[in-house]
Design a protein around this ligand. Structure first.
Ligand code: HEM
Length: 433
């Protein structure tokens, strides 16, 4: 059933799972102990306690897609998730999704794999799966009528998988929001990421259809201390204070769902034990009015963020990794890190210590017909509970953050990302089948 295999799970032995083979040189010749192979030939194990693609050092490219399930047949949904599991186990190891053609399959039928990644290495591909609230309880009607629980899953809905509130300034496009299922594909080669999602979408024919998708580039977060901090389209370092893979205690506190969450849900009559060890993925497509930003002074830009543009140091002083001193004041008694700056309003001390693992990407989707780029930050964050770790932060930012003058949230999604699968069934040759 859905819960037993954490929905993307399937039973059996897995011959391809690669245990960490000790430190290997990553693309920047920095150790990446989670990877097998080097550079473009890097692969990450699909199986494990947690899904890959969360603490995995952020790859350069993203293709994220959400799907609407188009059947009411629970067995077909389960079958799709099982097939996706096997395909993902193959694709992430650099194997085709299935047979590529005449030598291994029939000539009078389409090949199982579409072929455009046939000669490409895995490029660090990870595939991360999650479920939207609508999968469990349907979508409420515009008139307030309740949604339909098509698959008998309402009793499995974790309390944390809420409907996100409307935040001030939201301009959400329903065609860029929500979805029953989500697939986050990350790789250093966009062709590899798109190929993976395309083949998963193809396998879903008749069961689920693509709802929306987002291509991203130039990761805007570092999720490991082995990575240099990248920059977002405002030109600022992004990810300095991020939760990093090496901070195992912080991951347990702020990213992974603890067993106690299921205990609380059980007391309310809901079985969410399937989410223990998982995480919640918040996705926000945030358009940035970069033309306006580019006309503002450096002083204004730094005051808005609360950090220097070059070094990324807090305006209270120090270097990039110096903690901001929110109490420090200047000559005029004004705080050095301004009261309405992004870094102050997002800071954990303002939100009961809550942190998040940000894993966003830049996007540029053409222009808007008024000579402005449709560009911005596709914000992705993994949190232990969006009610404590995202909603309060975004509420503060949406009402007081100086950055909000330059931002427009145009898409949104919240997804329950179950823990990893321990194993995937394999065929005689040891590959997942
Ligand atoms: C920090 C940019 C949206 C939460 C930062 C930093 C920058 C930045 C430059 C400082 C460096 C760092 O620690 O990473 C942006 C831009 C955004 C955006 C350009 C939109 C286009 C958001 C949103 C949230 C958020 C929507 C959450 C609701 C945070 C947090 C920090 C941070 C938690 C770390 C604060 C700390 O611990 O010091 N952001 N951000 N950001 N941002 Fe954002």
């Amino acid at each position: 059933g859905l819960a037993a295999g954490a929905a993307v799970g399937a039973a059996g032995g897995f011959g391809v799972a690669r245990a960490s083979a000790g430190p290997t040189a990553g693309p920047a010749a920095t150790p990446d102990p989670g990877a097998t192979g080097v550079g473009a030939h890097r692969t990450y194990a699909f199986t494990g306690a947690h899904q890959a693609g969360i603490v995995t050092p952020a790859q350069d490219r993203l293709y994220l897609a959400t799907f609407d399930v188009t059947t009411d047949d629970r067995d077909r949904l389960v079958d799709l998730l099982r097939r996706w599991t096997v395909m993902a186990a193959r694709l992430t190891q650099g194997l085709p999704a299935g047979s590529l053609g005449p030598s291994s399959g029939p000539y009078d039928a389409p090949p199982d794999d579409t072929g455009e990644a046939a000669d490409l290495p895995a490029a660090g591909l990870t595939l991360t799966f999650g479920f939207g609230r609508s999968l469990f309880v349907g979508t409420p009607g515009a008139d307030g009528s309740p949604g339909v629980d098509r698959f008998g899953l309402a009793a499995r809905l974790p309390a944390a998988l809420v409907e996100l509130p409307h935040f001030p300034g939201d301009d959400l496009d329903p065609a860029r929001s929500d979805g029953d299922l989500v697939v986050q594909a990350c790789a250093d080669d966009p062709q590899v990421a798109v190929h993976a999602v395309r083949n998963l979408a193809r396998a879903a024919f008749g069961t689920a259809t693509l709802r929306w998708a987002q291509l991203g580039y130039g990761r805007t977060s570092s999720t490991s201390t082995s990575q240099r901090t990248p920059r977002n389209l405002f030109g600022f370092k992004d990810g300095t204070s991020n939760v990093k893979a090496e901070e195992t205690e912080a991951l347990d506190e702020h990213v992974w769902v603890p067993a106690s969450a299921a205990d609380e849900d059980a007391a309310a009559g809901t079985d969410s034990a399937w989410m223990t060890g998982g995480s919640y993925l918040v996705a926000r497509r945030i358009r940035m009015t970069i033309e306006t930003w580019d006309r503002s002074s450096l002083r204004e830009q730094e005051a808005v963020v609360g950090r220097t543009k070059g070094e990324g140091a807090p305006l209270s002083g120090g270097t990039e990794f110096t903690e901001p001193d929110l109490a420090a004041t200047g000559a005029d008694d004004a705080p050095l890190v301004p009261a309405d700056s992004h870094v102050r309003l997002a800071h954990p001390t303002m939100h009961g210590g809550a942190r998040m693992l940000r894993r966003g990407y830049n996007f540029t989707d053409g222009n808007d017909g008024l000579g402005r780029l449709d560009a911005g930050l596709f914000f992705l964050a993994f949190v232990t509970d969006p009610r404590t770790h995202f909603i309060p932060v975004q509420s503060a930012l949406a009402t007081r953050d100086a950055l909000r003058e330059y931002l427009l949230h145009t898409g949104s999604g919240l997804f329950a990302v179950p823990p990893g699968v321990p194993s995937v069934p394999t065929g005689a040759d040891g590959t997942p089948t």
